[in-house]
Design a protein around this ligand. Sequence first.
Ligand code: PMP
Length: 364
Amino acid sequence: MSRFLSHRFDGLEAYVPGEQPRDRTYIKLNTNESPYPPSPEVSERLCSGEIGNLNLYPDPTGRALKEKLAALYEVGPENVFLANGSDEILNFAFMAFCDAEHGVAFPDISYGFYPVFADLYAIPASVIPLKEDFSVDYRDYLNIGKMVVIANPNAPTGMKIPLSEIEEILKSNPGQVVLIDEAYVDFGGESCIPLIKKYDNLLVSHTYSKSRSMAGARLGYAIADRELIADLEKIKYSTNPYNINRLTLAAGEAAADSDAYYKENARKIISTREKTAETLREAGFTVLPSSANFIFVKHERLNGETMYRKLRDRGILVRYFGTGRIRDFVRISIGTPEQMEILARNLKEILAEQKDGGYEYEKK
Ligand code: PMP
């Protein structure tokens, strides 16, 4: 840290993204990317001359892409906000909709960026424990009087919350924004987008990084009442008006035109997920019920760190968080059926090795 950094950031602990190592080729199951490439239409569109236009700024309104997304979700273009990944939506929402007076509430086990944004903007955070079974107790959020942020399905558990419970949260907090982060909704969740017509405090966040195979392009979108969208636009035009580059806008439009391709990929990922979960359960693993493109897994004879390290040594990357009551879990993204067969085989081998050695790393 230099001596120039403002003291207000002295205690800030930045978000740590999943590792992207370059030392060897890994089966990468650690950042919930899609194992399938973008649709052929996306590649065609990117090769069709847009590169030659990079001397020109992109359309700051992203009008063409907004119209396509609006048609897909049966809302108006004025209900759509475009962002540089859905992390930027979260950033703008924390900046725009909560402050030191009102604060924010989110679950203790959820997306690790929420507490970072709260810290960044010095917003007091109510961190609400999930229930023993890792589900959200919606009653904890009723009449809470703070911005509420909930990932549905949640990460890293993969567990979903019924729409009826989200509706109760919305109803009981009419003076606060309720941000539902639907990054993983296409893998078996139920979207609350239709509720935006009923609740002007609902902000729904989506990403192209998971089901639309475009994590590398950085594209997210929010859907909400037009006034909430106008607030986000105000923040965008006060920070980075050209937040989405030309290539990403073009790719995003082509991907919106290939919905059937992405739906089929999501179907394949769901089927691989269920098969993998079954195989691992048969081998004695606890697998939380997932509606996302990952599973959250532990085994009583294998400590979480050992599982992570031994898989890594064998060329398979998974995500290990190593804190509190999720210390013994690892999060495994769903890859192709072949990748998941290799994962399951390696986990069984690691387990067999443990039979003699027991816990390799001290349980903390
Ligand atoms: N929300 C959740 C719950 C996530 O897991 C992620 C992915 N790390 C994001 C938002 C952000 O995704 P992106 O910025 O790639 O759209």
